[in-house]
Design a protein around this ligand. Structure first.
Ligand code: ADP
Ligand code: ZN
Ligand code: ZN
Length: 656
């Protein structure tokens, strides 16, 4: 008789032992149905053992080992174990995330006939530019694990470099994985990849595809029948027995980090996976994360720069508009209005970038000081005039727009500040004949709507686009020649030390949307701080100068990447409960080798009727932090927590 160590989707960081009469080594990595409590669960066999800590007579028998699916390979199990360890998360819940839902439930997808691979047609490939050539050559000659940072402005031919590197891997019979930050970017990339590799089998892996399709793709990958996997952060968990190359495009993008449950960074997990498999990994971006850039500067990563655009030679001209001197009309300067009018005349497209959706961030009464607050969160209700609602952007609570002040009855209440809807209506008034398209999470609420919008931009059915950061990501708009930036200054002085990095990246990426084809582009930034180094380095298209200055500041302050952080967050019905529990957690840590800061309320200190607080843990030594967290987690799990308190740990947090 054998004992199977089985991992189950439960919030406990441990395996469960079951008896199995007919088990074998082959069962490791297979799903199994086991009795659990009063019902049964589907788990995954992690190990085969001869003995158990439990007395034998107490062990229950496995109901069935599901042998209808190939075993998940050892490296896949090890990857999940790494995530569990690194992010201090129960292994069963890591595996539950890594497995497609259908497989997790013990089922198999219906098989469908596969599309036979195209017979090779003639594929056109551009001749590589010298900088591309150098990168491709270096990636090809990597002897094993090596991290390449491909820093190249938008349109400089990074994707072309990825495709060449992938081509080589496929020629040698290997598999490649390519991660992108956004579902919306996968169709266009998929098209480009399939056109380049007509004979290759390409599958997409992201949360936007059906359960059946996802499970089929996963199984095909596991079987080795897939050549290229394309997908969002989840796809980092696709089993690929012949994986020889990983590419992470737009590696700086915050959406690679999951903000709930297993708070993993798909980019960091991808680097671990490359190391584990001893294969090269390419991280690409026009504005690398400061973490990655720091590694490149310090020699841990190999840096390759693509400094010129592959097609359009000229970079957009970036200028600031000093809003202390220029009077604004509805938030827009005469300079920007003039530039918009010129594009309309020339039949070109413009984008006005404002990273705040809704009509106005708040409704207020000037007579008594009432403001529209969310009853459940420490946040204002945002005015949405498009559907005449007040809405909380944090918890989704909404209501009608009152006609009079609910406190004093004053009829003269106003929306204050400006969001995309307000900008849209101001521009509509200003340019009544222009076709204005607003693109934010309200108007592009589904991938399908987003795609329809992208299509109308491409087909030239829009003149002025008003958009949030959604517009800054990875799309080409050949007729777009002007980008106006409104309301960006707030990020210069935000409390979050990553805000400038994010702003620079958004503006650089957003500006990069302009002037891609033969039409020169222009970027106009409205600001009260035209001399700010962030805007100056942006105008000079000098990411490296910006990054070095930021890294110097981070070094002085001891912020990442010069230290490593974790946040313990707690939420409860009262702030006192949350803070007290965190204080107890801090006491439990005793005299630690890491730095533990005082528990403090979070910036959004109330969400959905729960008060939220956090405790920052920091160390200059990652292994020391890891060792501390592992020991501390055991103490935290053992600590008594009030019934209404929930807590979690966020390792390498991006949001504070
Ligand atoms: P990025 O990924 O950096 O935005 P792409 O790889 O998409 O850049 O390249 C931008 C455009 O330039 C694409 O249309 C691509 O086909 C083209 N391109 C890339 N490399 C070359 C090259 N060496 N010669 C000619 N065109 C190229
Ligand atoms: Zn009032
Ligand atoms: Zn709310």
């Amino acid at each position: 008789m054998y004992i199977l160590r089985i991992v189950l989707d439960v919030p406990l960081p441990r395996l469960f032992d079951y008896r199995a009469e007919d088990a074998s080594q082959e069962d490791i990595g297979k799903r199994a149905v086991v009795p659990f409590g009063t019902s049964s669960k589907v788990g995954l066999v992690m190990a085969l053992a001869e003995t158990s800590d439990q007395p034998k007579e107490k062990l229950k028998a496995v109901d069935a080992v599901l042998r209808d699916m190939p075993s998940l390979p050892g490296d896949w199990l090890a990857l999940c174990e790494f995530c569990a360890r690194y992010y201090q998360f129960p292994i069963g819940q890591v595996i539950a995330l890594a497995l497609p839902p259908l497989l997790r439930r013990g089922k198999l997808p219906r098989l469908i006939k596969e599309r036979p691979p195209q017979t090779a047609s003639i594929v056109l490939k551009p001749e590589l530019l010298p900088e591309q050539q150098a990168a491709v050559k270096a990636i090809a000659s990597a002897g094993g694990f090596e991290t390449f940072l491909l820093h190249g402005i938008t349109g400089s031919g990074k994707t072309e470099v990825y495709l060449r590197a992938i081509e080589r891997v496929l020629d040698q019979g290997g598999q490649a994985a390519m991660l992108v930050p956004e579902i919306a970017l996968t169709p266009q990339l998929e098209k480009r990849v399939s056109e380049r590799f007509p004979a290759a089998r390409v599958v997409s892996a992201h949360s936007g595809i059906s359960d059946g399709t996802r499970a089929r793709g996963f199984l095909a990958a596991l079987d080795g029948r897939v050549d290229i996997v394309l997908g969002t952060r989840l796809s980092v968990f696709t089993p690929l027995p012949r994986l020889r190359l990983i590419v992470v495009d737009e590696e700086h993008d915050a959406s690679f980090k999951q903000q709930e449950g297993l708070r993993y960074s798909a980019r960091d997990v991808a680097v671990f996976r490359a190391k584990q498999l001893n294969i090269p990994i390419v991280l690409g971006s026009a504005t690398p994360s400061l973490e990655s850039f720091h590694h490149a500067v310090s020699g841990r990563y190999r840096l390759f720069s693509l400094t010129r655009r592959a097609v359009a030679e000229a970079l957009p001209e970036v200028r600031t508009v000093d809003t202390r001197k220029e009077k604004l009309q509805d938030g827009v300067s005469a300079a920007l209005l003039g530039a918009l009018a010129k594009r309309l005349e020339q039949g070109e497209q413009s984008l006005v970038f404002l990273n705040r959706r809704g009509y106005a961030p708040v409704l207020a009464c000037p007579a008594c000081g009432w403001v529209s607050r969310c009853r459940r969160c420490a946040a204002n209700l945002v005015v949405h005039l498009a559907d005449k609602r007040l809405r909380c952007h944090h918890c989704g609570m909404e209501g009608g727009i009152p006609r009079v002040c609910p406190d004093c009855g004053n009829q003269d209440i106003h929306p204050f500040g400006r969001g995309t809807q307000r900008l849209e209506s101001a521009l509509t008034e200003r340019f009544p004949t222009a076709r204005i398209l607003r693109i934010d999470r309200d108007s592009a609420s589904t991938p399908k709507k987003w795609q329809t919008m992208l299509d109308s931009i491409h087909e030239g059915r829009a003149d002025i686009l008003v958009g949030t950061q959604m517009m800054a990501k990875g799309h080409d708009f050949p007729k777009l020649t002007l980008v106006g930036v409104v309301g960006a200054d707030a990020a210069l002085f935000a409390a979050d030390f990553r805000a400038p990095e994010r702003l620079f990246s958004q503006l650089m990426q957003g500006g990069g949307r302009s002037g891609r084809a033969d039409l020169p582009g222009e970027v106009l930034i409205q600001t009260e701080y035209p001399e700010h180094p962030l805007y100056r380095t942006l105008a000079e298209h000098d990411y490296a100068a910006f990054a070095r200055a930021q890294l110097e500041e981070r070094k002085q302050a001891g912020f990442p990447p010069f230290s490593f952080q974790a946040l313990l967050r707690a939420e409860a019905k009262t702030m006192e409960t949350a803070l007290n529990w965190l204080a107890a957690a801090r006491v439990a840590a005793g005299r630690a080798v890491v730095t533990l800061y005082d528990p403090v309320p979070m910036r959004l200190h109330r969400l959905m009727n729960l008060d939220r607080a956090q405790l920052l843990v920091e160390s200059v030594n990652r292994p020391a932090l890891q060792a501390f967290l592992a020991a501390w987690m055991e103490q935290l799990h053992a600590m008594k927590a009030p019934g209404d308190l929930r807590w979690h740990l966020d390792v390498d947090p991006l949001e504070f």
